[in-house]
Design a binder for this molecule. Structure first.
Ligand code: NAD
Length: 504
């Protein structure tokens, strides 16, 4: 792709089998920072187009699977280089379609390249055969790919959440179809096309479409695994569609992450910065954002003062293309309304909403889906703003009287995605972290800063099942094939052994 001017209308197609596909009309996307600006459009497929993509992925599977691992790795490393060098061009496009600050958007391309390289480096380990050859016989357990994988992804980190499925699936020998969200369809399509262009046709396809297309990509009998990231209501529809063909799932769903601050924690500037970014990155529209903060009652007033004063420096609301801005508009007016209503409801129940940060000069907050970030205090643990995933730029702070009470409240949620424990004594923090019901507990940080390519990430309870990142994330795209020759089946074995139970 040649250098793109900052403001241009992007027109893209879905692609399958190495060629454009369409037939389902167009998705148009405006800029959340200036809703009068049309950023671009992408052509969707209809159900027939989705079927074409599945059949192409199935046709490509045999050759891709048979290619030596070194061959797949070579192509994926070339793809990583292409994506890494696209950040300067695609970062601004992603910022304009999503409202996420441009530095974070460029970071998506960097992360995608790193994730591809990590999966390549660890593929041999994940694909290693386990061989036992002893008196009982010969057993070979060999990891094999599933075949065609469907990946359905949301909008808040469209390339990151795609590549977390694409990279492990492809390196393990599967082929894959990605269906992005209509809320951020553009940059992810261009970035994944850079990857697909390095691979044989059909190995990686990207198709856009509505729920009918999504469910076709899940329920098709040639699809052998589905990786879904999104909300719980959609996950139920996806689960029903997958049940029709007994297709296994990875579900990465919502969260309502608690951040538990122990009573003797030092409220330093850097600690506060980590906590504030842990909530307000991408305007709080992150599954693993800190969404409820628990503070010892005797430290509450001090906490609120420090939080507000550090946020005043850190949170600059404005146009995501402005490099000084740290928080942009929300991605949709519907989600903004949900957050506004949750804050208004909390205030009506007696809570106090503290407006945080500043507004960058010259920004007209009426031109886009902006919402001033808030900290909500004097709030009960049972309040909807604490109990629900708000998915926006607000966070409640709840007082606790004992550590046991704090742990009970932290665990009192239908969700269990991430969480954090904050304590200057790291050993004590680890000890408390063991009591938290979640797939991930960060220590003294929360959200992106606490992630690692080697640390498995995923939920418990209604936050889903299955893992991304790490060796566990690679293993999601492999199933085991056991090859077994028991000794009793060898020539000359005693007839009495012909029908015995194992181990006898
Ligand atoms: P969503 O559930 O509305 O949409 C997710 C995807 O599903 C989109 O691509 C959408 O087009 C598609 N879809 C919609 N209906 C479908 C159907 N019937 N069949 C198949 N596909 C269908 O979620 P969203 O609003 O895009 O994302 C927000 C949610 O995602 C939040 O709850 C957030 O916490 C969660 N999330 C989780 C993680 C994680 O790793 N656990 C990461 C990011 C976001």
């Amino acid at each position: 792709m040649s250098s793109l001017p900052e403001h241009f209308l992007v027109e893209l197609s879905s692609f399958a089998d190495g060629a454009p596909v369409g037939g389902g009309g167009w998705i148009e996307r405006v800029n959340p920072a200036d809703v009068s600006e049309l950023v671009g459009r992408v052509e969707q497929v209809d159900v027939e187009g989705a079927t074409v993509a599945v059949e192409a992925a199935h046709a490509a599977f045999l050759e891709w699977r048979r290619m030596p691992l070194s061959g797949r790795c070579e192509l994926l490393l070339e793809a990583a280089d292409s994506v890494a060098s696209s950040g300067e061009e695609l970062g601004p496009l992603l910022a304009r379609e999503l409202g996420k600050v441009v530095g974070d958007c460029r970071g998506e391309m960097g992360f995608a390249a790193a994730c591809l390289r990590w999966c390549v480096e660890h593929a041999e380990q994940a694909l290693a055969e386990h061989v036992i050859d002893d008196d009982a016989g010969r057993l070979i357990v060999t990891p094999v790919p599933y075949g065609v994988v469907t990946a359905i992804v949301p909008w808040n980190a469209p390339l990151i959440l795609s590549i977390l499925k694409v990279a492990p699936a492809l390196v393990c020998g599967n082929t894959i179809i990605v269906k992005p969200s209509p809320i951020a369809p553009l940059a992810v399509t261009v970035a994944l096309k850079l990857v697909a262009d390095r691979l044989p046709p059909g190995v990686l396809s990207v198709v856009h479409g509505g729920p009918d297309v999504g469910e076709t990509l899940v329920a098709h009998e040639l699809v052998r695994k589905v990786a879904f990231t999104g909300g719980g209501v959609t996950a139920i529809a996806v689960g029903r569609a997958a049940a029709a063909t007994i297709t296994p799932l990875v579900l990465e769903l919502g969260g309502n992450d608690p951040a538990l601050l122990l009573g003797d924690l030092n409220f330093t500037d850097s600690m506060m910065q980590r906590l504030i970014f842990g909530t307000f990155l991408t305007s709080g529209q992150v599954c693993m954002a800190a969404k409820r903060i628990y503070v010892a009652r005797h430290r509450l007033d001090e906490f609120i003062d420090r939080y507000i004063s550090v946020a005043a420096e850190l949170l600059i609301l404005g146009n995501p293309l402005d490099p000084q801005v740290t928080i942009g508009p929300m991605a949709s007016p519907q989600q903004r309304t949900i957050v506004e209503e949750l804050v208004a409801d909390a205030v009506a129940r007696g809570a106090v909403a503290h407006c945080l940060g500043t507004v960058a000069s010259g920004v007209d907050l009426e031109s886009g889906w902006y919402l001033r970030p808030t900290l909500v205090s004097a709030v009960e643990h049972s309040s909807p703003i604490v109990q629900r995933e708000q998915f926006g730029p607000t966070v409640p702070v709840v007082a606790y009287d004992s550590l046991d009470e704090a742990i009970l409240m932290a665990n009192d949620s239908e969700f269990g995605l991430a969480s954090s424990v904050w304590c200057d004594d790291e050993d004590r923090a680890f000890e408390v972290a063991r009591s938290i019901e979640a797939g991930m507990t960060f220590i003294n940080c929360h959200n992106r800063a606490g992630m690692s390519l080697r640390a498995p990430f995923g939920g418990v309870k209604q936050s889903g099942f299955g893992r991304e990142f790490g060796l566990a994330g690679l293993s999601e795209y492999l199933q085991s094939h056991a090859l077994h020759a028991p000794t009793m089946a060898r020539p000359g074995a005693a007839p009495s052994a012909a029908n015995s139970y194992p181990g006898q």
